[in-house]
Design a protein around this ligand. Structure first.
Ligand SMILES: Cc1cc2nc3c(=O)[nH]c(=O)nc-3n(C[C@H](O)[C@H](O)[C@H](O)COP(=O)(O)OP(=O)(O)OC[C@H]3O[C@@H](n4cnc5c(N)ncnc54)[C@H](O)[C@@H]3O)c2cc1C
Length: 405
C-alpha cells in the first residue's frame, strides 16, 4: 500500500531506486508500475495533493480512436486497465466510474468524409477494430440531438470517460511507493556515472534513476541538467455548464465538431464543454491556480457548439452567469504531438515521461513502459516514443483532424 505524506527534513528518505518528479496522473502511474516491479520508489510532488494540477483540469475522457501506432499502443491497454482497475491495483471494489458512452467525431463538411473513412480503416489495421464510420442519416438516427447538416461521423462505443481523481488516488493506494507532498525538486544531481540524486526543498535523496513527469514543468527539469526538451505548453480551457438535464441529452457520447474543434459531453445533469483554439499561443509553464480563464470563453464555445448541436441554443438562452464555470490547464505538445517516454542519452539514469495533451488516457500504459524501460523489460529500440526520435528523424506527425480532443 502506498504512503502519502508531507515529509520533514529529518524523515526524508535518504535513498531510492527511483525518484519520480511530479504527482499528476503520469507520475503516479509511473510510480505504481516501478514500485510493482520491485523498485524502491519515491515520488516528489510540490503541491499539497496528488493530481491537483493539469490532471485536475482534464475532461477525463479516453479513446482508442487514434491513427498513430504508438498512440494506439498506449491508449488501448490503458482502457483495459480502466475496465479492470480494482484488480490492477489490488483494491477490491475500487471504482473509477468508467462510462463507455463513446466518442463521436462529426462533420457537416462532405470533403472530410474520405479522410474520416481512411482514419477508421487505419484504426482497424492498428487493432482498434470496433470503431465505425457512420453516414449522416445513421448519425442523426442514433444521436437525434445532432443538426440535420451532419453528413458523417466516426464513432467508437468503448471510448468514454472516468473519474480522474479516483484514478490517481487508486494508483497511489495500490502502489508500494512513497509519495512526498509539499516538496519541490530544485535540482537533479549528477556525477561521472550519470544521475546521482535529487535535491529537494527538504533535503537530498540519492538515486541512480530519476523520472521527469513534471507535466508542463518537465522542460524546467530538463534544464536542471542542461537538456532542452522539445515541449510546448499551450493553455486549454474547459467550461462546466450546470444542470439542465431536460435540454442536455445525458446519454450522449463525447461529441466533437471536427470542423471547428469544439467538443462537449454530459456531466451530472449538465455538460462539460471545450474548444481547442488553434490561435492559442505557446506559453511558459504555469501552475493552474495562476492560469487565467477568459471570461468570454463560455460564450465562444457555446456558439461554436450550437452549429452542430442545436439544443445548445436553448441551453444558452436559459443560462445565468452562476450556471457556468471555466477552468484552464495546459496541453504540452511535442513536434509530433506524441509524448516523450524513455531515457535521455545525455544523462544516464534520467528518464522522461512527459509531453502530453492526453495524459489521463495514455498515462496508465506510459507509466508501465517507463518502468519496463528502467528494469530492462522493454528495450530502448522497441520504444517508438524515445526522446531521441526527433534527432534521428524517426517520427511522423499523424492524427490530423483527430488530434487534440
Ligand atoms: C482543458 C483540458 C482538458 C483535457 N482533457 C483531457 C481528456 O479528456 N483526456 C485526457 O487524457 N487528457 C486531457 N487533458 C490533458 C491531461 O489533463 C494532461 O495530459 C495530464 O493531466 C498530464 O498529466 P501530468 O501528470 O503529465 O501533469 P500534471 O497533472 O500537471 O502533473 C505534473 C505534476 O508535477 C509537479 N511538479 C512540477 N515540477 C515539480 C518539481 N520541480 N518538483 C516537484 N513536483 C513538481 C506539479 O506540481 C504537478 O502536480 C486535458 C487538459 C486540459 C487542460
Amino acid at each position: 500500500m502506498g504512503t502519502i505524506r508531507t515529509p520533514r527534513e529529518a524523515d526524508l528518505p535518504e535513498t531510492a531506486d527511483v525518484v519520480v518528479i511530479g504527482g499528476g496522473i503520469v507520475g503516479v502511474a509511473t510510480a505504481f508500475w516501478t514500485s510493482r516491479a520491485g523498485l524502491d520508489t519515491v515520488l516528489v510532488e510540490k503541491q499539497e495533493g496528488l493530481g491537483t494540477q493539469t490532471t485536475s483540469a482534464s475532461a477525463e475522457c479516453f479513446r482508442a480512436q487514434f491513427t498513430e501506432p504508438a498512440m494506439v499502443a498506449l491508449a488501448k491497454p490503458s482502457i483495459e486497465i480502466f475496465d479492470n482497475f480494482a484488480d490492477v491495483i489490488g483494491v477490491p471494489g475500487y471504482d473509477i466510474h468508467v462510462r463507455h458512452r463513446g466518442y463521436l467525431f462529426m462533420t457537416d463538411d462532405a470533403e472530410m468524409l474520405d479522410d474520416m473513412q481512411a482514419a477508421v480503416a487505419r484504426q482497424h489495421e492498428l487493432g482498434v477494430t470496433d470503431s465505425r464510420f457512420l453516414e449522416g442519416a445513421v448519425v442523426r438516427e442514433r444521436f437525434p440531438f445532432v443538426a440535420d447538416d451532419v453528413v458523417g461521423a466516426t464513432f467508437r462505443q468503448n471510448d468514454g470517460w472516468l473519474a480522474a481523481h479516483e484514478l490517481v488516488q487508486g494508483f497511489a493506494k495500490g502502489s508500494d511507493a512513497e509519495f512526498l507532498l509539499n516538496t519541490t525538486v530544485s535540482d537533479v544531481l549528477t556525477d561521472t556515472d550519470g544521475v546521482s540524486g535529487v535535491e529537494t526543498t527538504r533535503g537530498t535523496i540519492a538515486t541512480r534513476a530519476v523520472v521527469d513527469a513534471a507535466g508542463p514543468f518537465a522542460g524546467r527539469v530538463g534544464k536542471m541538467v542542461g537538456v532542452d526538451l522539445p515541449l510546448e505548453p499551450v493553455r486549454r480551457q474547459k467550461v462546466f455548464v450546470a444542470a439542465s438535464p431536460e435540454v442536455i441529452p445525458q446519454e450522449a457520447p463525447f461529441t466533437v465538431d471536427l470542423v471547428n474543434g469544439a467538443y462537449w459531453r454530459p456531466e451530472t445533469g449538465g455538460a462539460l464543454l471545450g474548444w481547442v483554439d488553434p490561435e492559442e499561443p505557446v506559453g511558459e509553464p504555469v501552475e493552474i491556480e495562476a492560469l487565467p480563464a477568459d471570461r468570454y470563453f463560455p460564450a465562444v464555445v457555446l456558439d461554436k457548439l450550437t452549429r452542430l448541436n442545436p439544443f445548445f441554443e436553448e441551453v444558452t438562452q436559459g443560462l445565468k452567469q452562476t450556471d457556468v464555470s471555466t477552468t484552464a490547464g495546459q496541453y504540452v505538445y511535442t513536434p509530433d504531438e506524441q509524448p516523450l517516454i524513455g531515457r535521455l542519452p545525455e544523462v544516464p539514469g534520467l528518464y522522461v515521461n512527459c509531453g502530453y495533451w492526453a495524459g489521463v488516457m495514455l498515462g496508465p500504459t506510459a507509466g508501465r513502459w517507463t518502468a519496463d524501460l528502467i528494469t530492462g523489460e522493454m528495450q530502448p529500440e522497441d520504444n517508438p516514443l524515445r526522446p531521441t526520435r526527433f534527432a534521428e528523424g524517426d517520427y511522423e506527425k499523424g492524427g490530423s483532424f483527430l488530434s487534440g480532443h
